[in-house]
Design a protein around this ligand. Structure first.
Ligand SMILES: O=c1[nH]c(=O)c2nn[nH]c2[nH]1
Length: 295
């Protein structure tokens, strides 16, 4: 037997950092959950119980906190790249560092119409995610993303013209509810070194804002003929908006809302154009996935 692949590290490292502006008294908070996994000349720790090659996962956890103190934690692409680069610079036997940074939402409260200097609320489970892979001699690959942005539209969605055969019961529809839980990612052109990531810093927040607004605008304004076609347009628009991105991907569950037929009860009409009361479905759900590349 031989090791086909191995990587280890610390997962679910929760990090919070506050930035205090002494001049204005305004404080800004960032909360993340970080995972770091290392690859390299570590096989003997598995095959020979030789721990001399193991940077303890506890030390990896310590490093995540130390880098948060030493460096900015926003944009997450920068923080993740600092962490990944550190492990290659410090440990010559490590050949790749996989860093995932999930940034949670702490949205500043607006009190009496004014942004509050130090109070925030969690507006949704949506997160801003970054996966950075620093590979020795091969720079840094970064995939940024949005996860958990739950959206619904009450009309403006259709689905018809699909295969109709002895397996088909689904009626064609020209007006349906569409709801999905957005999992979207965009992969940047390779960064040859940490310096290239630092130079790109102004582009990361803008790309996230563009991807988020394009996703919601396209979702809202398209009279969607299918999830497939609408997500393809989202990918195209993001590629147009962010030249440094090589490809865009979406994984979209189709979260179904079923009409409740009430005709058995005094002839109640609640189907088709009369439908008002629906049964949201926990499952099964459609799942539509796509990656669109620039070339
Ligand atoms: O948008 C949709 N795409 C599909 O592939 C599908 N299949 N059932 N309903 C569907 N809706």
């Amino acid at each position: 037997a031989s090791i086909a692949s191995a990587r280890y590290g610390k997962d679910n490292v929760r990090v919070y950092k506050v930035e205090r502006d002494a001049a204005t008294g305004v404080q800004t908070v960032t909360e993340m959950t970080v995972c770091v996994l290392l690859e390299g000349a570590i096989d003997v720790s598995y095959t020979k119980a030789d721990n001399s090659v193991v940077v303890a996962t506890d030390s990896i956890k310590n490093t995540i906190y130390l880098k948060a103190k030493e460096h900015p934690v926003t944009p997450p692409e920068l923080y993740a790249s600092y962490i990944g680069s550190h492990f290659l610079e410090k440990y010559s036997h490590i050949t790749a560092a996989h860093v995932k940074v999930v940034t949670h939402r702490w949205t500043r409260m607006s009190i009496d119409g004014k942004p509050h200097p130090h109070s925030f609320y969690r507006d949704g489970n949506e997160t801003r995610n970054v996966e950075a892979v620093a590979r020795r001699g091969k720079g840094i690959e970064i995939r940024s993303g949005i996860v958990g942005l739950l959206v619904l539209k009450s009309t403006g969605s259709q689905f018809h013209g699909f295969v109709r055969d002895e397996f088909t019961t689904l009626p064609e529809v020209w007006d349906r509810i569409l709801s999905t839980d957005v999992d979207c990612g965009w992969t940047w052109k390779n960064f040859p070194a940490m310096s290239a990531v630092e130079q790109a810093v102004p582009k990361f927040d803008k790309a996230w804002e563009d991807a988020r607004s394009i996703t919601m605008k396209t979702f809202a304004e398209e009279n969607s003929p299918s999830v497939q076609n609408t997500m393809y347009k989202m990918c195209e628009y993001i590629l147009q908006a962010v030249p440094e991105v090589e490809n865009v991907d979406y994984s979209l569950p189709n979260k179904h809302y079923f009409e409740v037929d009430m005709s058995w009860h005094k002839g109640f009409k609640n189907t088709g154009k009369d439908a008002e009361v629906y049964a949201p479905q926990s499952g099964p759900n459609g799942l539509i996935e796509l990656t669109v590349s620039r070339s």
